[in-house]
Design a protein around this ligand. Structure first.
Ligand code: GLN
Length: 322
């Protein structure tokens, strides 16, 4: 990896400064007590290009928990372990337009298969079928996949995990319903342990950017020079990110930003920018991964300043995939 100190670093610096002011329009998630203590005015970004160039700006070094971004990794891990068709027997690939933790459609969509793996019902189902005989081994399959991508075995933030565990009433309700419908491969408590631990994995914007980079390159890791997962899994995952990755703001995000992305309530955003044939003066023609952290989130659960920053970058550098 080489650091870039050119023209575009100066541009990103200015964009981070400008968009940081939007943080005022959001608030840190407060339903998980440990997340409420984040500094709402932070905004940081890391971009890693397929050619190994890297730009980091703002509060790029703050550690944060993956939260819903882990749904992407869990889905990929399950597809690696069991194959796409097995996973899709348990979870569909349709957006809902409802909140991430919504319970309402489970019964509507006969025979109860969760709509997609990017909402809680789908992610809890996927967590339950991960490879491993117990919750520790199932979480391990996610941790090991992250290690293969970022080159470091990540830790779980135990405080966030316990905080979530004690307040996961709605997730428990979802899991009990899923269990009753026969979608879970383990007990309710085991599925919740896996799901909430994967949400509590601690990362920085660089880790997230590296995951985005591999997705941008269809599962190939251009820095480690290794195919981590198949092109089919990468494409399916990016399609899910475009249609369902930004919760029930995914439509607007696709329309006005146009980048496969996944957000989490801690304020993280994972984005994958595929190689572009023609990209104005973008320094990332060969594709890149982006990790953003901005803990002040909007009513949907997306980082307010983070979305605005991505929107500006997409516009300036012609990153819109459509
Ligand atoms: N742990 C969180 C939950 O299930 C993750 C949600 C999110 O990031 N949207 O409530």
């Amino acid at each position: 990896i080489r650091f870039n100190n050119h023209e575009h670093s100066r541009k990103i610096k200015a964009w981070v400064q400008d968009n940081r002011t939007y943080a005022n329009l959001g608030k840190c998630a407060n339903y998980i007590p440990a997340l409420e203590r984040a500094n709402p005015s932070q905004l940081g970004i890391c971009i890693i290009g397929s050619n190994g160039s890297m730009v980091k700006m703002g509060d790029f070094d703050t550690a944060f928990t993956l939260q819903s971004i882990s749904k992407v990794i869990g889905f990929i891990a399950a597809c690696i372990d069991y194959g796409i068709s097995y996973v899709l027997e348990r979870v569909d690939v349709e957006p809902t337009g409802d909140a991430f933790n919504s319970i309402i459609r489970l019964e509507v969509h006969k025979p109860g298969r969760p709509f997609n793996p990017m909402i809680n019902a789908g992610a809890i189902t996927v967590a339950s079928l991960l490879g491993g005989r117990n919750p520790v081994e199932k979480v391990e399959s996610i941790l090991l996949l992250i290690e293969r991508i970022v080159g470091r075995y990540p830790t779980i933030n135990e405080e966030v995990f316990h905080s979530e565990w004690q307040t996961a009433h709605r997730n428990r309700a979802l899991a009990y319903y899923l269990k009753e419908m026969g979608f879970l491969d383990c007990t309710v408590e085991e599925a919740l342990e896996v799901y909430l631990k994967q949400c509590s994995i601690e990362v920085t914007t660089e880790d997230v950017a590296m995951i985005g980079l591999v997705l941008a390159n269809d599962g190939y890791h251009p820095i480690r020079k290794e195919q981590i997962f198949s092109k089919e899994v990468a494409r399916l995952t990016k399609a899910l990110m475009v249609t369902c990755g930004m919760y029930n703001a995914s439509g607007k995000f696709a329309a006005f930003v146009g980048i496969p992305a996944k957000s989490g309530v801690s304020g993280g955003i994972l984005a994958a920018i595929p190689p572009r044939g023609r990209s104005g003066d973008s320094p990332f023609m060969d594709g890149c991964g982006i990790g953003i952290y901005g803990p002040a989130i909007d009513e949907f659960g997306n980082s307010v300043a983070g979305v605005m920053l991505l929107k500006q970058i997409s516009r300036e550098w012609d990153f819109n995939i459509f």
